[in-house]
Design a protein. Structure first.
Lengths: 215, 739
């Protein structure tokens, strides 16, 4: 894999107490609680754009893009459902294409342009897909929803760009926007509450409006 | 307020807000990523430490030693918590499992240690460096084998589903001209909700606050207090948003205990989420069952005897899966027998998952009904209608409060074009595909529980509702807002709802499909009190004013509602409690599921083509969110029918497929457009809301309807769930050769 990140591995001291403060109310003896001998860890710098805003982070090299968003940038809209690329709850768009943010390290994204659910819209200014999800009740617990919405927005772009899927009948023609195509392309996003039927309706509504606009 | 006689006309019956398909009020937060779930809370002025749970690598035995030196010397690692420094721990009062193992290990992936570090990455790396010495012992992991020494529950736990006999089942069955006697099995299943169990724990002196993901806040406080040995008054639980539960987050599990212990021992605020791969074996699941159904009938299709025996397994003190509940209420039949057996297993704990008992029981009963209809050469819809009963089959003096099972079946059959179904199995083809239709009845109890709420009226005319009820995706926020808006005569956007905080009035939480009916009734009671306070402010006799369009009026005297709070916020609190109506009447919800499947002639791949549910569940408070509950349940039913199975390794003693790649749940491509019909119904015996739950009803029967559709398509009867294609391929009925 090519990696053009210029990692500046600095050994920054994290200001961490070497002994853990121990709560006075603890019921038991705490002699076995000890801090690690060294709190020095290697951090690497990375810069990328998230929702239009340039971000500079110094991260533990093991940090995934998902954890960089959630734990470091406090953008908790992107969800951790499995941390293994099995559920799709962490879907974000990187340079216009959707990925599972749990499956890539933050340091792989130097200079990338990242859009999360927070960047699509806000409660006061909903993206068309967010509004359609509300209208069609295309969610229940809401935990997979940011990933579903990011995927849905990307799926419409993929179909409009002529990218075929497993169910496309003809690779030489542009894929048609229908339930089979939507169902196939959205199948990386699990919704255990089972809102699929409503999600497809929400996506279809937004997609058909997009097509009308294009015409 | 005590509800002890059937409800008459009340303010809810105006139906200006209640009963309308209103968009969820939490929709803008959820769809924009602004709804805050447990792990995501930012705790002011604290930098949290991260905990990582280590699960046991054996199913049964003892921990000799946990070598921690390497882990502790890692940068950022703050400490390691194990049973040896955790202090004494008890168990909760619902789940039987010990939530931190050591020295004994009771099941695979039971938590044995928590590594706490400054970052998630450091905690995870530390956890990977723990070395554990175990002494394994033999365990019981095979339900079928363990069944030989199973205990018959009498009366059992819960007692309502214990062994029961009416008339003489054996004699009745023996003399019946048409008989069915078959064994059905259902596998272990996992809730697999999208948000993993997660907690942020923070101690302030003796006070413990946990931002967590728990469906029943009151049970959570009770159980955490019991486990840690502290005063429940010192615990505050906050679960404002819950990323799915389905019973899998009923009360305290290992994440909250681990976070609380870690926070106590390190003096830090600690956040922990159960990693997905631990969830399946560390927490609870719907236990596997082996069920025997016997049905005897006369030639005209009258059931004369019905017997249902069921075996499940669990850890010591765990529940039996009470699969026979539905069999006791659904169909008529003079001679009846149900029996539950419980075997000892050393697998993870089996406990409630969406429609516990009924979901697995109906997976068996409703195939049996289909098989019996075939033996009788009767239409399966007609056979069910023939055996409907309007009184409880075990106690004819007890009538159902409302029961429209027949209407559900008839309405569904018409809408689904049931008459186009081939009467003969394997009678319909389309290219490479065999088509079939299946039906099943649905029944689920309609419990209702005591619930308290507080309502506040501000001088801006805003009504704020407070209760520790949770919204696990069910729509609680919205239906509670609708209830308050209706009661106070205001628009829904004038209502603020605060949920999921144990410092608020106590609710029974989200479980057993009692949440909607119970919590809105609690809000109703509090609103009745608030209305009286408002009337008092305006000098009206209590109970005389009309609350409408933001105004309060008696005859030609009319005031703005907000004016009542001019000299200060008005606050009322009350709870709804219940009398004997639930004993007097059998209170249940009913439905019918219709499914069409296509089965590939060559690969035996099964595709669900059409699904319809007809439900009758009291007043529907919000048809939009109620419908979503039902389609979600239907989706889970597709999983149960076709793919969901925790595979038991009976040598090692664990669920092998413990992640979302191995434990398959339905995805978009598996689910067709789903139709739901909600029959009009009011049940005045339930509460002033006249409503019942619907979230579990939608699941009960779905899997059997699919199994029956597969039979109708192929002629192959599969009695072992899930109906994976290899079972059809391997069956004696070779689809092609018989063509």
């Amino acid at each position: 894999m090519e990696n053009d990140n210029r990692l500046k591995l600095s050994r920054r001291e994290m200001i961490i107490g070497t002994t853990a403060a121990i709560s006075a109310i603890a019921a038991t003896k705490l002699t076995s609680i000890e801090a690690g001998e060294s709190n020095k860890i290697a951090l690497a710098d990375v810069s990328f754009v998230v929702n239009g805003k340039k971000q500079h982070l110094a991260l533990d090299t093991r940090t995934t893009l998902l954890d960089a968003l959630r734990e470091h940038l406090k953008l908790n809209g992107t969800k951790k459902g499995c941390d293994h690329g099995q559920c799709g709850a962490c879907t974000v768009m990187v340079n216009g294409r959707r990925i599972n943010s749990c499956l890539s390290l933050a340091l792989q994204h130097e200079d990338d342009n990242i859009v999360t659910i927070e960047g699509l819209g806000s409660p006061d200014k909903l993206h068309a897909m967010q509004a359609a999800f509300i209208k069609h009740d295309a969610y229940q617990c809401g935990y997979c929803t940011p990933g579903q919405i990011c995927s849905a927005v990307a799926v419409i772009n993929e179909i409009n760009s002529g990218i075929p899927s497993h169910v496309s009948t003809n690779l030489n023609q542009s894929p048609i926007l229908n339930n089979d195509e939507i169902g196939e392309r959205m199948s990386g996003n699990i919704c255990r509450c089972g809102a699929y039927s409503n999600i497809v309706e929400a996506i279809t509504e937004v997609a058909s409006k997009a097509v009308k606009k294009a015409r | 307020m005590k509800f002890d006689k059937p409800a008459g006309k009340n303010a809810i019956d105006q139906l200006k807000v209640v009963g309308k398909p209103i968009d969820r009020i939490d929709g803008p937060l959820k769809t924009t990523g602004r709804a805050t779930y447990a792990y995501e809370h930012q705790i002011a002025e604290t930098k949290p430490a991260y905990g990582y749970i280590v699960g046991a690598g054996i199913a049964k035995g003892r921990i000799e030693a946990i070598h921690q030196t390497a882990a502790k010397s890692l940068p950022g690692v703050i400490g390691v918590i194990t049973a040896s420094n955790a202090g004494p721990l008890k168990t909760g009062r619902f789940y039987a499992d010990r939530l931190l193992a050591g020295p004994d290990v009771d099941h695979y992936h039971q938590a044995i240690a928590i590594v706490v570090a400054e970052s998630f990455e450091q905690a995870r790396a530390g956890a990977a460096l723990l070395r554990v010495d175990y002494v394994k012992s033999k365990g019981s992991f095979d339900l079928k084998k363990a069944g030989a020494s199973a205990t018959i529950l009498n009366p059992g736990r819960p007692s309502t589903a214990a062994t029961a006999e009416v008339s003489s089942f054996e004699d009745g069955f023996k003399s019946a001209p048409f008989k069915l006697d078959e064994i059905y099995t259902t596998p272990d299943q996992s809730h697999a909700m999208m948000e993993p169990h997660a907690t942020i724990a923070k101690w302030d002196g003796e006070k413990l606050t946990c931002w967590c993901s728990i469906q029943q806040i009151n049970w959570g406080v009770r159980d955490l207090a019991n486990i840690l040995g502290i005063d429940p008054k010192n615990i505050r639980l906050i679960s404002a948003f819950i990323g799915g539960g389905f019973g899998g987050k009923g009360t305290v599990l290992s994440d909250i205990v681990a976070a609380s212990l870690a926070a106590r021992l390190t003096g830090r605020t600690v956040k922990i989420t159960l990693q997905r791969t631990l969830m399946f074996n560390n927490t609870i699941h719907r236990p596997a069952t082996i069920q025997r159904l016997r049905i005897g009938a006369d030639a005209d299709g009258t059931i004369t005897s019905i017997g249902h025996e069921s075996l499940s397994g669990n850890i010591p003190r765990g529940f039996a899966e009470y699969t026979t509940t539905s069999t006791r209420t659904l169909y008529a039949g003079k001679n009846r027998m149900t029996q539950l057996k419980l075997a000892l297993l050393n697998l993870p704990e089996g406990a409630a998952m969406r429609a516990p008992g009924e979901a697995s029981g109906m997976m068996a009963l409703e195939i049996a009904m289909d098989e019996m209809a075939a033996k009788l050469k009767m239409d399966p819809v007609e056979f069910r209608i023939k055996n409907d009963t309007q009184v409880h089959p075990e106690n004819p003096k007890r009538t159902f409060s409302t029961r429209l099972l027949v209407e559900c079946l008839q309405t569904g059959a018409k809408k689904f074009k049931w008459e186009s179904r081939s009467k003969q199995p394997r009678g319909k083809e389309e290219g490479d595909w065999l088509l079939g239709m299946g039906v099943a009845s649905a029944v689920r109890g309609a419990p209702i529980m005591k619930c308290a709420a507080r309502v506040r009226l501000s001088n801006k005319g805003i009504v704020t509702v407070e209760t520790d009820m949770t919204d696990i995706g069910t729509g609680s926020y919205t239906i509670i807002a609708q209830t308050a808006a209706e009661m106070m005569g205001i628009e829904i956007n004038k209502v603020v709802v605060k949920l999921g905080d144990s410092s608020l009035p106590e609710s029974p939480g989200s479980a057993g499909q009692w949440g909607a009916a119970s919590s809105t009734s609690g809000v109703y009671a509090a609103c009745v009190k608030l209305r009286e306070k408002v009337e008092q402010m305006f000098g009206f006799e209590p109970g005389t004013a009309e609350f409408s369009d933001g105004k309060v009026s008696v005859k030609n005297k009319k005031y703005s509602l907000s004016k009542a709070a001019d000299s200060g916020e008005l606050i009322s609190e009350d709870e709804m409690t219940y009398g004997e109506l639930s004993r007097e009447f059998a209170q249940d919800t009913f439905g019918a599921h219709f499914v069409e499947v296509a089965v590939n002639k060559y690969s035996c791949e099964i595709r669900v083509r059409r699904m319809l549910a007809v439900c009758h569940a009291g007043r529907i408070l919000n048809p939009k969110t109620a419908r979503s509950q039902v389609i979600g349940a239907m989706t889970m039913g597709v999983g149960a029918a076709l793919m969901e199975e925790l595979v038991v390794d009976t040598n090692v003693g664990f669920f092998v497929n413990h992640d979302l790649a191995g434990y398959e749940v339905p995805v978009h491509a598996d689910i067709p457009h789903q139709d739901v019909i909600l029959l009009e119904d009011l049940d005045p015996t339930m509460s002033p809301m006249k409503a019942k739950g619907i979230g579990e009803l939608g699941l009960v029967g779905v899997a059997a309807a699919i199994a029956n559709a597969v039979y109708n398509a192929t002629g192959v009867r599969i009695r072992e769930y899930p109906i994976s294609l290899h079972k059809i391929l391997e069956s004696s009925y070779n689809l092609e050769e018989n063509n």
